[in-house]
Structure formats: C-alpha cells, structure tokens
Design a binder for this molecule. Structure first.
Ligand SMILES: [Zn+2]
Length: 336
C-alpha cells in the first residue's frame, strides 16, 4: 500500500441536485482511488453551498444539505473530506454575501482619479472580514463529520502593489506605522525596495495569518486539520498577496499545503516541488495541486507530472478538478 496520497478538488456542488446524485459522485471519487475530496462550499461569489447559519445559503438547497450527504457518504466509504472555503474573495454583487451586506466597509478599495473603486474582495484588515470567515469554518468543523477544513483565496486580493488596498483601515494603519499616506508616493524609487514596503507587507500578511491561526485552533480543538491551496510562487505570494504559507507551516498552523502547480511541463512541477519541500523543511506535508482537464492535457503528461512531484519529495498530489477527471487518469494515479 503506497503512502502517496491523492486528493481531488470539486469546484461546485451545483450539478448534484439530489442526495442520490451527491452519493453517486462521492462513490465515483472513491472508485477512482482518491483519499481526500475537497468540495467547495463557499464559492468566490460569496454564496454558501451548505446549510449555513453564518452565510447565505444558495437557492436550490432547501430540500437537503449537500455537504451533510456528501460527508456521511464519504465517511461510509473511508474517503476523507475537507470542505473548501474561498476565504477573502467576494463578488462585487453582494447578493450572496452576508459579510458584504452587513459590512460593506470591509470591501477592498482602490483609490483612483475617479474616486474609490470597490474590488471583488473583502479586505483582511477588517475585523469583521476575519471574524466572518473564521465563523464559516467553525460552523463547518463543528456541525459536519469532516476531517478538516480547506482554505483557498486565503490572501489579499483586488489591488496593485505597492500601496495595495486603500480602505479606511489600511490607510489608518499605514499612517500609524509610517506617518505617511498610503499612496504610490510613499514608495519612492523602485517601489518594492522602498522602506515603507517593509512594515506594510508584514502587517498585511499578519491579518491573513491570523485567520489561518484561528481556523487551525478551531480545527485542532475538534481533532481536525487545516489544508490550504497556496500559490506556487512563494515568496512572491508573501509580498504580493500577504500569503505567508511557509511561516504557517513553520508555526504549525497549517497541516497540509497544496501549492497550485498549474503548468503543463512535468519538469517544472518537479523543480517547483523541490522548492516547496526545501523551504517547508518537513513542517507540513506537501501535495502539489495539478491541473487536469481531460480535453486539455494527455494522461501521459499528467503521469510524468505526478512522477516528477513524487520524485521531488511530494507526499501526494491534488487534482484540479472533478469535472475534468477521466477514468484513464484515475487508472494512472492508482499506479503511484
Ligand atoms: Zn484594506
């Protein structure tokens, strides 16, 4: 029995509109040989695809709770489940977002000549945005028979560096840290080499890291784990998006790292995986996320990718995503 683990992302529960359809999907995933299923239950449009009391439940799930059916069936089959939350991304349309309806001020903002321009993101510097996302994860960890929680879009977004989000909270914090206004003028010369970039970057990343820490506390208290989809380009992800995933691993606040290694070239999968493994230093299992849609990439190339990841020290792989899977790839995966 191989120790090499296999996960599968499922981007949307929408196509599975009956309990039997959900169960059939779960059985298929298990038959394909996966160890872990990661169903998205808070999508980037803000809606919740489970019976949430924190967020707004997407219309269509009145008759049954798809996450509960999925988790119970998966448990019966020995398939682990990490429900997937798209954390800080929020649609510009607040219709499906309890956070944006209650706290419109928590939206990331870009100042332009035409005035403030709202972004399709919540700003992690807002306490309300952090609390909301922790509450989503807590209710899932508390109420569902799942083995962990999966964090995605766990980062800043919707802005351009160096100044980034220019909401009231970000501007006030920057003023306090530096005495300067949060505009491009505060970053003279080569902007990323300017002094003000140091406190700003560290402060932004800390807001995101706080959420990871709190979700991990909620999970650990229930004997569960946290996995995260992270960018392959660390440390750029740290200063561009506040996604300090290496520190999360070193501090023990993430249990599995799934770096999104979406590239056709197997040799690049291997090189990137070597980088992940070297920088994480054994503090968290690394399962590179590999992108496969059956009409876009051959199983031979995918097999090369998986072999390259394994050779470079990966503990498993995660395939993106369910709708692109093929029986042929499943057979190839089972050889690892
Ligand atoms: Zn902000």
């Amino acid at each position: 029995m191989s120790n090499f683990r296999k996960g599968l992302w499922l981007h949307h529960l929408g196509p599975f509109q009956t309990p039997d359809a959900v169960r059939a999907m779960v059985n298929r995933v298990r038959e394909w040989g996966f160890d872990l299923l990661i169903p998205c239950v808070k999508l980037y449009d803000g809606w919740c695809d489970y019976h949430s009391r924190v967020g707004i439940v997407r219309p269509g799930w009145e008759e049954f709770d798809p996450l509960l059916v999925l988790a119970e069936e998966a448990n019966a089959l020995g398939l682990e489940v990490h429900p997937w939350s798209c954390v800080f991304v929020e649609s510009l349309n607040p219709e499906g977002s309890a956070l944006m309806q209650a706290h419109p001020e928590a939206r990331a903002v870009k100042l332009t000549d035409r005035g403030p321009e709202p972004q399709g993101w919540a700003c992690p510097s807002h306490q309300a945005a952090r609390d909301y996302n922790v509450a989503i994860c807590e209710e899932i960890l508390e109420n569902y028979p799942v083995q962990g929680m999966h964090l995605d879009y766990i980062r800043n977004g919707g802005f351009q560096i160096p100044e980034g989000c220019q909401c009231e909270v970000c501007r006030a914090a920057f003023r306090e840290m530096t005495g300067a206004e949060l505009t491009s003028e505060a970053f003279p010369g080569i902007s990323q080499a300017a002094q003000n970039y140091v406190p700003l970057t560290r402060w932004r990343a800390a807001q995101v890291t706080e959420v990871v820490r709190r979700v991990h506390e909620a999970a650990a208290a229930r004997g569960k784990v946290v996995s995260a989809a992270v960018f392959s380009n660390f440390p750029i992800a740290y200063f561009d998006q506040g996604q300090d995933w290496v520190t999360w691993a070193h501090q023990g606040i993430v249990d599995y790292l799934f770096p999104m290694t979406y590239i056709a070239l197997p040799e690049v999968v291997g090189w990137w995986t070597e980088c992940y493994v070297a920088i994480v230093k054994g503090t968290a299992p690394v399962w590179p996320g590999l992108c496969y849609f059956r009409d876009c990439l051959s199983v031979e190339t995918m097999t090369e990718q998986i072999a390259a990841a394994k050779q470079a020290g990966a503990d498993g792989v995660v395939i993106f995503e369910y709708t692109g899977m093929s029986d042929e790839l499943a057979r190839a995966l089972q050889t690892f």
